[in-house]
Ligand binder design. Structure first.
Ligand code: XIL
Length: 362
């Protein structure tokens, strides 16, 4: 009697297990599976480096190794993580990641030294009498610590606001940037100089978003031009620029045209600098749809894929000066803007955005 009582339950458990297992099919045979599709770094090897972000758990993953040859720490090399208090550093997480990345064959981008966000409170409390010395020591310590390991440094991140330009970059910077508040525009020259002196092997970048906007691109252009002239006058024998590269982050949306990106690349080209597309992702929505938290549409997703292809055509046409294209995340669910499906993989599967990118090089 007891035996027969349990029988139906056992049967249900067996059927449920079979159903569960058949649903757990891991897709690794699918041609669109991330490790089966053409490697992005191979596909673009004659044009530019292809990058992505690293976090402590992901740095040596096969997915990163298959597609990318350069990594930027998503958060763990930012000032708040590395330098919680003045003069005291917390390099352990970053050191482990950088070592694993290099041992796995990646180049590493240092991101970032001076910013207004994700910084420790001591950065916010500098004043006009102590800021220059504090800043130079901090840069010497951090860049010196990683000397020889970093391919390029984002020395300054996001120092300009969006919006109109009055024609004088020196008075147009963001007041939230504590170094600008304390030192005025001179902080740009002194910070890049300190980074150059701490590791002359690293390529020094200025990094910012919305650089497809013509007014913001012009501010950055004028700053880079003037700072590099100042350096040339102070060091006439120098055979390199001080600000050698401009990082165009590339946090785009379906309202951003390829033509607007091309126009800024054309402007920056006149400076003799190199360019990296340093944080590429494209919302499957316009900015206002994203801000309003609208639901995604198929039209928006198709548009984002189309734009990925269009942007890459511009990057390829300018690959003589574009040294790197870095995506800000591998798949949509891991993205900092995940609700707008901005990346080129979904789960472990290539999206049409991936295919448009591949097809842009024919
Ligand atoms: C983002 C990270 O992806 C998020 O995890 C974090 O919460 C905020 O910062 N510009 C930058 C990057 O330079 O460092 C930012 O990264 C995205 C915008």
């Amino acid at each position: 009697m007891k035996k027969n009582f349990y029988k139906p339950f056992i049967l249900v458990i067996i059927i449920a297990s079979v159903l569960l297992l058949s649903n757990c099919d891991d897709n690794t045979d699918d041609p669109d599976y991330i490790l089966n599709v053409v490697s992005l770094k191979e596909h673009f090897k004659d044009h530019f480096l292809i990058g992505n972000i690293m976090n402590p758990g992901s740095v040596a993953s096969e997915k990163l190794k298959h597609h990318y040859n350069v990594l930027t720490a998503e958060n763990d090399m930012k000032p708040d993580k590395i330098n919680p208090n003045r003069g005291s550093y917390n390099f352990r997480t970053a050191d482990n990641m950088v070592k694993t990345a290099i041992d796995s064959g990646f180049l590493v981008v240092g991101h970032t030294l001076l910013w207004h966000s994700q910084i420790p409170s001591w950065h916010r409390s500098v004043n006009s009498s102590n800021a220059k010395g504090y800043m130079e020591t901090y840069i010497k310590d951090v860049v010196g610590h990683f000397k020889g390991k970093i391919y390029s440094w984002d020395v300054i991140n996001e120092a300009f606001p969006d919006g109109g330009y009055n024609g004088d970059w020196k008075t147009s910077m963001r007041n939230e940037n504590p170094w600008y508040s304390a030192l005025g525009s001179d902080f740009v020259y002194y910070s890049f100089l300190a980074a150059r002196q701490a590791d002359s092997g690293a390529i020094l970048y200025y990094n910012d978003y919305n650089l497809n906007m013509s007014s913001k691109a012009k501010m950055v252009h004028d700053m880079v031009r003037d700072v590099n002239i100042r350096y040339k006058n102070a060091y006439p024998g120098a055979d390199r620029l001080l600000i050698e590269g401009i990082g165009m982050q590339g946090h785009h949306n379906t309202g951003v045209t390829a033509a607007s990106i091309k126009a800024s690349i054309d402007l920056f080209r006149q400076l003799g600098v190199r360019i990296s597309i340093s944080e590429l992702d494209v919302l499957s929505q316009t900015w206002s749809e994203y801000s309003a938290q609208n639901a995604l549409t198929e039209t928006g997703k198709t548009k984002a894929a189309q734009l990925y292809g269009d942007y890459f055509k511009v990057f390829i046409a300018n690959s003589d000066i574009i040294e790197r294209v870095t995506f800000w995340g591998v798949n949509d669910s891991e993205s900092w803007r995940s609700r707008a499906a901005p990346l080129i993989f979904s789960g472990d599967m290539a999206k049409s955005s991936y295919h448009k990118i591949i097809d842009s090089l024919k």
